[in-house]
Design a protein around this ligand. Structure first.
Ligand SMILES: Nc1ncnc2c1ncn2[C@@H]1O[C@H](COP(=O)(O)OP(=O)(O)OP(=O)(O)O)[C@@H](O)[C@H]1O
Ligand SMILES: [Mg+2]
Ligand SMILES: [Zn+2]
Length: 274
């Protein structure tokens, strides 16, 4: 799918210089896609060239959250030009099927979609390629991580045990595949009352921190449950485009900084599966 050369991942039509980051949670609905898109915009703000693969083939949502317009352009047999917003290039099933049509492909086809996204897309020279993984701890995330042994994992969880325990399982899976864990982003950590500023810990408190200790990694951020975040996702206006100075914008910029700090050089002794 790619090779490692001069500390870069060399793709068929591009390269990745700094990081291939799989965003996963295990549990669904905890904010993977929101975190993927907002982290991508934060990295772009820091001057990084960023691409996103929406690896949630059935439940794609990146185009909507990013407010992506435009289609994939096919130039020749195996050259796809990805649509982009603010320089962030995206490949998603959402660019091929209507949003309200279900994707009915079976697993083997899905894996070949990922391969196509890696090989046939003219990514150009990227600093970061982020993968928004589907929920679950089953074949899909496993297979994707297996095929991309140079990825590192960013875990997203909400504070409650039902989320952190599944996230923990994803981390174990990654560990077995020797995929390093970048850290944990706790999402929906608390709701802050807009009247008195008091924090309500709706999903419990400290779950992300506990998981980070258990996995010997860092809790990179605790993101509040914020109506504006939901709105910005629904409207396709990521906060970093409109309100980078807001407290949440700042948290995302900090996550981006920590990610930049924590990614390691690509290991040339690890060979991609194919
Ligand atoms: N911090 C937050 N505050 C408010 N709403 C949020 C926050 N994070 C995510 N949301 C909202 O919660 C919903 C689920 O988020 P998202 O789609 O990012 O989760 P996901 O983990 O990718 O879900 P899936 O497992 O279905 O792919 C979305 O409507 C999103 O806008
Ligand atoms: Mg999602
Ligand atoms: Zn109050």
């Amino acid at each position: 799918m790619y090779e490692v050369k001069d500390k870069k991942l060399i793709l068929k039509q591009g390269s990745i210089k700094e990081g291939l980051i799989a965003v996963a949670s295990g549990k669904g609905g905890v904010g993977k896609s929101t975190v993927t898109v907002n982290l991508a915009t934060a990295l772009a703000r820091k001057g990084k060239k960023v691409g996103i693969i929406d690896a949630d083939i059935y439940g794609f949502s990146v185009p909507r959250i990013l407010g992506l317009q435009g289609q994939v352009i096919a130039r020749g047999e195996k050259e796809l030009i990805p649509p982009a917003r603010e320089g962030i290039k995206v490949m998603s099933m959402g660019s091929f099927v209507e949003e309200d049509n279900p994707v009915v492909w079976r697993a083997p086809l899905l894996f070949s979609v990922l391969q196509q996204f890696m090989e046939e897309v003219a990514w150009g020279d990227l600093d970061y390629l982020l993968l928004d993984l589907p929920p679950g701890t089953g074949d899909m995330p496993l297979n994707i991580m297996q095929k991309l042994p140079h990825a590192s994992l960013l875990l997203v969880t909400t504070p409650q045990l039902t989320a952190t325990s599944v996230a923990g399982r994803v981390a174990k899976l990654a560990e077995q595949l020797q995929i390093p864990l970048l850290g944990i982003v706790e999402n929906m950590s608390y709701f802050q009352c807009s009247n008195c500023g008091e924090r309500e810990y709706i999903f419990g408190q400290g779950g992300g921190k506990e998981l980070a200790e258990k996995l010997k990694t860092e809790l990179l951020a605790e993101l509040p449950l914020l109506p504006e975040l939901r709105q910005s996702s629904d409207q396709g206006q990521p906060l970093l485009f409109t309100e980078a100075d807001s407290p949440v914008g700042q948290i995302y910029l900090e996550i981006a900084e920590k990610v930049i700090e924590r990614v390691k050089d690509f290991d040339p002794s690890i060979k991609p599966l194919f």
